[in-house]
Design a protein around this ligand. Structure first.
Ligand code: UD1
Length: 427
């Protein structure tokens, strides 16, 4: 297992380009199944989750490659609509294949993805949406079979604006007969990106980015070339890291309009932020101020995917901050690790009370999930002494060589990969 070793206490400075968004690329790669032709996607980051999605597409029979930052998917030889259980377990996002496989091949077999480190992560809203479109579901143990000769457009209302359910229903409805109106839809920028991609293939969808999405079914979709949006969570992570280390960082290929909630909170903490077309400048020379109350909620509110990273900044701020997590119940796993680095955080149910300390200290900590891992990297960069982060594979799911990103900004951070021991005695 790789480790990251960080020598902290150095302000970040410099310019860095933001890579493509994992959470936009994954559903769009799944949606390539819908095309009658070849799909080329640009600005796709080199990440573990992207590799898993490519492997699933290959297991289904696609030809799929990732050269530089361009992914090419040719689905002409797809021979299966059975998403393998082992790969389904490796990555929850394999659930995105359900809508496209059902729409194109009339039948899909998947496995209940189950919970993960950050919470229960149900799929009932995905399944209810597909049922509303006319799919028949059969549950056999952990396996779910979903069938429909022809999906029929209808009204679908989501009880909660789930990102994944919104995307799955859009991808199923796109080849349905008639019109589907999806209400209380999620409004995340990744959903707007999916709409743009599907329309580039010939779909007829309007409304993504609002709570009502209207999908006029079409008979077929063609291949296309499409560029994925920049990753707002990676941009947000770098902005928080710049502030926590009291540095001055410029992000390029960044979309400030996708980060309004974070920018507002950072400004309240005393961080200076300037934005212009595709560029975000972050400067923080003094100690940040506490921010009274932050609540994670669906977009455009503050994202759960930046909660752990922001908690590091508030751990070093002047005063007491309160953060409430409303999306995932298991998203405070980083609190104990930050405590071991000197942070003063008390958790009561879904709220964390953060009493800022003047400094934190490096030690050995463990990344428990993707964003918690990113938070520990920021903590290491902002702390005194050395921090060793274990279980780095979680971080690799969402950040393209995080150590290179921070090294470009002057950080002292190294990755150590253990050399496998060769046992000559036993052959
Ligand atoms: C997506 C993002 C993830 C982000 C999350 C919330 C991707 C690949 N992942 O995840 O990074 O943290 O949005 O912004 O885009 N829920 C149900 N039933 C369902 C579906 C969801 O109860 O059928 C609940 C979940 O348990 C959770 C909440 O809804 O409490 C949010 O889930 P959802 O928006 O679906 O998140 P994901 O799409 O899994």
């Amino acid at each position: 297992m790789d480790k990251l070793v960080i020598e902290g206490g150095k302000p970040l400075s410099g310019t860095i380009r933001i890579h493509g968004a994992k959470n936009a690329a994954l559903p769009i790669m799944a949606a390539a199944i819908l095309a009658d032709g070849i799909v080329q996607l640009d600005n796709v980051p080199k990440l573990l989750d992207i590799e898993v999605m490519l492997n699933i597409l290959r297991r289904l029979g696609c030809r799929a490659s990732h050269d530089g930052h361009t992914v090419t998917i040719d689905n002409t030889s797809v021979h299966s609509s059975h998403v393998p259980e082992d790969l389904m377990r490796q990555m929850r996002s394999s659930i995105f294949l359900m809508g496209p496989l059902l729409a194109r091949y009339k039948e899909v077999h998947i496995y209940q993805p189950g919970g993960c480190a950050i919470g229960e992560r149900k799929i009932d809203l995905h399944l209810r949406g597909l049922q509303a479109l006319g799919a028949a579901l059969v549950h056999e143990g952990n396996r779910i079979t979903c069938k429909a000769e022809q999906l029929i457009g209808t009204e679908v209302h989501l009880d909660f604006p789930s990102v994944g359910a919104t995307e799955n229903i859009m991808m199923a409805a796109v080849l349905a007969e008639g019109t589907t109106v999806l209400t209380n839809a999620a409004r995340e920028p990744e959903i707007v990106d999916l709409q743009r991609f599907l329309n580039a293939m010939g779909a007829n969808i309007i409304g993504a980015g609002t709570d009502t999405i209207t999908i006029e079914g079409v008979r077929e979709l063609k291949g296309c070339r499409y560029e994925i949006i920049p990753d707002r969570i990676v941009a947000g992570t770098l902005m928080i890291a710049a502030a926590a280390t009291r540095g001055a960082v410029t992000l390029t290929n960044a979309h400030a309009g996708h980060l309004t909630a974070l920018i507002h909170i950072l400004r309240r903490a005393g961080v200076q932020i300037a934005t212009s077309d595709g560029i975000i400048n972050v400067t923080c020379f003094g100690r940040p101020k506490a921010v009274e109350r932050i609540v994670t909620s669906p977009y455009p509110a503050f994202p759960t995917d930046l909660q752990s990273q922001l908690m590091v900044l508030l751990s070093l701020a002047d005063g007491v901050s309160v953060m409430k997590e409303t999306i995932f119940e298991g998203r405070f796993k980083h609190v104990d690790e930050l405590g071991r680095m000197g942070a003063d955080i008390r958790v009561d149910l879904s709220s964390a009370f953060v009493r800022g300390v003047p400094r934190m200290y490096g030690t050995t900590v463990e990344a428990t999930d993707l964003r918690a891992g990113a938070a520990l990297v920021i903590a290491g960069l902002a702390s005194q002494g050395h921090t060793i982060i274990e279980q780095v594979h979680h971080i690799d799911r969402g950040y393209d060589h995080i150590e290179n990103m921070f090294r470009k900004l002057g950080a002292k951070i190294e990755r150590y990969t253990p050399v496998p021991k060769l046992d000559f005695a036993n052959g």
